[in-house]
Design a protein around this ligand. Structure first.
Ligand code: RNT
Ligand code: ZN
Length: 425
């Protein structure tokens, strides 16, 4: 693979810096900014959303990783080792996103309604040592009490109470994580609840869900420790006709409950619908949003993120709204058909590139054309900006962070595959 010559990277950067300066963009300042915008890497890409509770590796709940690439992480130590590798190939300081099913219980079965911070001690110690933040998610799928297809919105009291308790415990764990690591932990609630075929009664489950969420979210925690979020979905495998927690449901919920952030997953809308236009609409009403940056392909919502138009448009909107402080960025994809570290690194680098690209945009010139009513110029500038030397700044940013520049990181993945992943038989 290609490792770019450091000297050439510097030369290209110096030229790019001058060109951007002519457009009124300070590239040094942009690199300072991106350093402070973390992306939350989802731990579940490392093991195909299997978790540590059983060895079956079945995720359930309408989500499914396909593929059988060798070397899946089977426990906390392996998953952290893989995350260490992935993070070492990504410039800047990121965060890591956990799910409750990644609890470490020393082989002793612990109910999800019994989990405590102790079961995440290894994760917290690891994050502390690395100086990174953690985020959290209660796990409402891949469990016998989710087999009916309903959890928090279940009409069965026993089932619903179990999940409410799990939701409460997850918030306690998340708040403790945020307190220990001194950076608020985002706790995101996604439930699979829904129906394969046309329900006769769409209303009851939604009313039940509202009550259940009220109960889960009743305790107050410091904003410095915990940020609550809820995530909608259009449909899942086995919930094609009805999803209780739809976009309108959660939008309504988070407007009525201003402390709760709304999570938009890029793959959870109609295939021709992009989430970028929703950002400013929601920021009109909400102080805090969470994004699950993903890439939908036909019926799958979770392909590896690319530096494509959709991802660019999302980051551009955040930049143009000056809202990187209000929008938490997390990733959500799972691909078991390729090297899982390659998947993580490709997706995270793509999202970071999109952030950098948005920060380098001479937005003020677009705004100026718009304010002057010169929409021809606005359109033409938009096109011209695509030719600015963005890649030279990206390479410099990687180099400054001591990350292999160019495609050389793939050699490191190959080496890791041969020496570490290949031993996992
Ligand atoms: C599922 C949601 C959810 C999950 C993770 C594992 O459709 O996107 O965010 O992918 O919680
Ligand atoms: Zn998601």
């Amino acid at each position: 693979m290609v490792i770019l010559n450091g000297e050439k990277v510097n030369q290209a950067y110096e030229a790019a810096k001058e060109i951007y300066a002519q457009y009124g963009v300070d590239t040094e300042n942009v690199m300072e900014k991106i350093r402070k915008i973390p992306i939350s890497l989802h731990c579940w890409q490392g093991d195909d959303v299997a978790g540590f509770e059983s060895s079956s590796g079945l995720s359930g709940g309408g989500i499914m990783a396909t593929g059988n690439y060798p070397g899946r992480a089977r426990n906390g130590a392996e998953l952290r080792q893989d995350l260490d590798k992935a993070l070492s190939l990504i410039p800047g300081k990121q965060r890591v996103n956990l799910h409750a099913m990644y609890a470490e219980t020393d082989g002793i079965p612990v109910g999800r309604d019994e989990l405590t911070i102790d079961h995440f001690k290894n994760w917290v110690d690891w994050a502390k040592a690395k100086g990174i933040g953690l985020d959290f998610n209660p796990t409402f799928f891949a469990h016998p009490l989710a087999d009916s297809g309903y959890t928090l919105s279940s009409t069965d009291d026993k089932v619903r109470k179990f999940w409410i308790e799990h939701g409460k415990r997850s918030r306690e764990i998340a708040a403790e994580i945020g307190k220990t690591l001194k950076t608020p932990c985002v706790n995101n609630i996604w439930i699979p609840d829904g129906s394969k075929d046309i329900p006769a009664n769409r209303l009851s489950n939604r009313q039940i869900l509202k009550e259940a969420l009220d109960e889960v979210l009743a305790s107050k925690f410091s904003d410095d420790h915990l940020v609550d979020a809820v995530e909608s979905k259009l449909f899942g495998i086995g919930s094609e006709s009805y999803v209780v927690g739809s976009h309108e449901f959660y939008m309504g919920y988070t407007i009525s409950n201003p402390d709760v952030a709304l999570c938009l997953d890029a793959g959870h809308f109609h295939p021709t619908e992009n989430i970028y236009d929703k950002i400013s609409a929601l920021l009109t009403y909400k102080e805090k949003l969470l994004l699950h940056v993903s890439r939908g392909v036909r019926w799958d919502s979770d392909h590896v993120v690319l530096f494509n138009d959709d991802t660019q448009a999302i980051m551009q909107e955040i930049k143009r709204c000056n809202a990187f402080g209000k929008v938490s960025i997390a990733l959500d994809f799972f691909d078991a058909s390729i090297n899982r570290i390659t998947a993580w690194v490709t997706g995270t680098r793509a999202a970071l590139k999109a952030i950098l690209y948005s920060l380098l945009e001479p937005t003020h010139l677009l705004v100026e054309a718009e304010e002057n009513g010169n929409f021809g110029n606005r359109l033409a500038l938009l096109e011209e900006f695509k030719g600015l030397p963005f890649a030279a700044v990206w390479n410099k940013y990687c180099q400054e962070n001591n990350i292999p520049v160019g495609t050389a990181w793939l050699d490191e993945v190959k080496n890791y595959e041969d020496t570490v992943l290949a031993m996992r038989k």
